[in-house]
Design a protein around this ligand. Structure first.
Ligand code: C5P
Length: 405
């Protein structure tokens, strides 16, 4: 789990977005973190400490003079155990305190006494956010190395709309997890295809496959978490776009091909890595009908003719100055031999084979990495975990390039 063994001190200040911190505390624990909550007095007006006590299984602290901490040294003890302090929500007032080094309650004292990173998720009315003092404090905090998470823009609890809205708990959890992920793909442009394609027979029918897109989306997310700039070209799937990933939706193999080539040929095009995870249809219907096919009186079925689709991966790999290309393959037998053949045929340095064929739609998988040096197994794990391992493998290969074919 990405936040395993991380101990986070979750600081809650006075704002209506405090209720979202309850959901965040669950989400952080779901990702493996332990969470210690400290609240300001104002925060307790919005949500009660027992809620966090129940959700985290830890006592909640609000008072600098809390007798539960020996020697009244709460400000030292609580921070020394933390890998990071995360302030959610961070009110305008609390940002001002942080920017000026004030320490007049437990949470602000903890922030000043910390020897760990500080992250803060601002949440306030749009006018409060836009005011010169707040913007000055934000610049100061950024210069001081405080990591601000958001804010976003949108509907606000006060009924207005604008900048200052706190990020949602799942967005915050993603950003916090990324903060703890080694930025091994920082500065890399990564293009990924994912999901199935859909080849129309007529306006209401078509041929597709069982690819869910889960593996490709998990890889897009892991690349982003590791600091890469990620563009995802996705076939038809209901999956949500991973945070920070640019997404283009396509339907057919030819549309996918064109979307990929556009990314490679654009005026400021730069792609360092191409990861082809999509289950692209090998054939399309050459005589697809523009109107719905009807049953005929003599009962004769329609005669479909197939035409071969372009091989996107092979075309990308064959371009001069091609990005580092990674292919995927679902082979049912003699994985290594067939995988090596396919890798050489497609002209790619790395081919990832699914071990076992019932992986479509599942949440876990087992992979065999095949390159010019041989093969290497990534044991069965969730697609999220496998994606993170694959990013590490990729980063190591980019750092020490081996033969490109
Ligand atoms: O040939 P096969 O479908 O087994 O190859 C799998 C690899 O090639 C995958 O990485 C897939 O995304 C890619 N591919 C492609 N365009 C096609 C067919 C496959 O990019 N038309």
């Amino acid at each position: 789990m990405e936040l395993a063994k991380r101990h986070l001190l979750l600081g809650i200040t006075g704002g209506v977005a405090a209720y979202k911190a309850a959901e965040l505390s669950r989400e952080l624990q779901r990702r493996g973190a332990t969470v210690q909550v400290v609240m300001t007095e104002a925060a307790t007006r919005f949500i009660g400490p027992p809620t966090f006590q129940a959700l985290t299984g830890q006592p909640v602290f609000t008072d600098q003079w809390d007798p539960r901490i020996d020697n009244s040294m709460a400000h030292i003890e609580l921070t020394r155990r933390a890998d990071a302090i995360v302030i959610v929500p961070a009110s305008a007032d609390f940002l001002a305190k942080l920017a000026h080094g004030l320490a007049d309650d437990l949470l602000s004292t903890l922030c000043l006494a910390r020897n760990c990173p500080l992250l803060a998720a601002p949440a306030m009315n749009r006018e409060m956010w836009a005011q010169a003092p707040t913007q000055r404090n934000v610049r100061q905090l950024t210069a001081d190395g405080v990591r601000l998470l958001g804010p976003g823009s949108g509907d606000q609890a006060c009924g207005e709309t604008g900048m200052g809205r706190m990020l949602e708990p799942d967005e915050l959890a993603e950003d916090i997890a990324a903060f703890f992920t080694a930025q091994r793909l920082a500065g890399r442009e990564i293009l990924i295809t994912a999901g199935p394609t859909f080849e129309p027979i007529d306006p209401v029918r078509g041929i597709t496959n069982l690819s869910s897109g889960k593996m490709g989306f998990a890889i897009a997310r892991a690349c982003r978490q590791a600091g890469g700039q990620v563009t995802l070209v996705a076939g038809p799937t209901m999956l949500p776009t991973p945070r920070g990933v640019r997404r283009f939706d396509v339907r057919t193999a030819r549309q996918m091909h064109d979307a990929v080539m556009d990314r490679l040929d654009g005026p400021q095009a730069r792609v360092d890595v191409f990861i082809s995870v999509a289950a692209v249809a090998d054939w399309r219907i050459a005589n697809a009908s523009t109107s719905k096919l009807k049953k005929t009186a003599d009962g004769a079925p329609p005669q479909l003719q197939f035409a071969q689709n372009p091989d996107i991966l092979a075309s990308v790999a064959a371009r001069p100055g091609a990005p580092y290309c990674v292919g995927f393959a679902a082979e049912s037998e003699d994985l290594e031999r067939h995988g090596q053949e396919k890798r050489e045929r497609k002209g790619v340095p790395l081919l990832v084979a699914n071990i076992g064929h019932e992986t479509f739609g599942m949440d876990d998988n087992e992979l065999l990495l095949i390159d010019a040096g041989g093969s290497h197994r990534l044991p069965r794990a969730s697609k999220t975990e496998l994606a993170a391992s694959l990013v590490n493998e990729l980063a190591a290969r980019l750092a020490h390039p081996i033969a490109r074919s």
